[in-house]
Design a protein around this ligand. Structure first.
Ligand SMILES: NC(=O)c1ccc[n+]([C@@H]2O[C@H](COP(=O)([O-])OP(=O)(O)OC[C@H]3O[C@@H](n4cnc5c(N)ncnc54)[C@H](OP(=O)(O)O)[C@@H]3O)[C@@H](O)[C@H]2O)c1
Length: 234
């Protein structure tokens, strides 16, 4: 089903996006991996097989996003996993400038990508964006990222109506490993108030599989797929 499909992964040079790119290539898709840093892209290319195309792109720059899609031409699916510089800070002490900066990357970056891919996206194609569980649950110091994730989820639901038959969805990851058996990060998450019933972080593969599911399920649109080890139920 994925063999020969052209898939763009923006944010694919590390973390969850890199894992998605690895799985797409293993399924025979033609993958373009994009992010800002040429160094990270070179490392990603070493990590992936040689057929991955890597391109430098700052998704927070609207003109660059337009030129990026014009340069690529027609394709089948877009997946976006870009992350803002992490801002965990008391609301009262967070600088407004840093919140604008975070919106520029994770909200506006995803908005520009969804907006400007449309002329090139197959009518049977899909867009999968990324939110995060902070959209649905308060964690001390997470107000900015909550607001960004909430905006993405609302955008996805509205665009599902407007873009059909093209599909648009989002994955909402819970707390995820940066590396296998990431116990240090899990301890930090517990300090922040995270207590997933499964009592561990998600693996990058467990989160990546959710993007591949949404991309391939032809009746999924407007869906926010939460994969969080039960965190939002606890
Ligand atoms: N990991 C978690 O626990 C967790 C939990 C909830 C939600 N999420 C969300 O899941 C997504 C992926 O997280 P992750 O942990 O895999 O992040 P990550 O490892 O930091 O990867 C983020 C990717 O985005 C790229 N990027 C950042 N800014 C960009 C920009 N302006 N233009 C283009 N590319 C850009 C980065 O490469 P460059 O630096 O080269 O640009 C990198 O490839 C994020 O949206 C994050 O908020 C993660």
């Amino acid at each position: 089903m994925l063999k020969g499909k052209r898939v763009i992964v923006v944010g694919g040079s590390s973390g969850i996006g890199l894992q998605i790119s690895r799985e797409l290539l293993a399924s025979g898709a033609k993958v373009v991996v994009a992010s800002r840093s040429p160094k990270k892209l070179a490392l990603a290319k070493e990590n992936l097989n040689d057929s991955a195309i890597t391109l430098s792109l700052d998704a927070s720059d609207e003109l660059s996003v337009q030129n990026f899609f014009a340069g690529i031409g027609e394709f089948d699916h877009l997946i976006v996993t870009i992350k803002s510089k992490h801002l965990v800070c008391d609301f009262a002490n967070t600088s407004t400038e840093s919140v604008h900066h975070a919106f520029d990357t994770k909200f506006w970056g995803q908005y520009y990508l969804a907006r400007h891919c449309i002329p090139y996206l197959s009518k049977q194609g899909s867009i999968t964006l990324t939110s995060g569980i902070a959209a649905q649950r308060g964690y001390h110091g997470f107000s900015s990222i909550s607001a960004i994730n909430g905006a993405i989820e609302s955008l996805v639901k509205s665009l599902a109506v407007e873009l059909a038959p093209m599909r648009i969805n989002a994955v909402s990851p819970g707390f995820t490993e940066r590396r296998p058996k990431d116990t240090v990060r899990f301890d930090d998450i517990k300090m922040l108030g995270g207590h997933p019933p499964l009592n561990r972080l998600g693996s990058q593969k467990e989160i990546a599989d959710a993007y591949l599911f949404l991309m391939q399920n032809k009746y999924a649109t407007g869906t926010i797929l939460t994969i969080d080890g039960g965190e939002l139920c606890a």
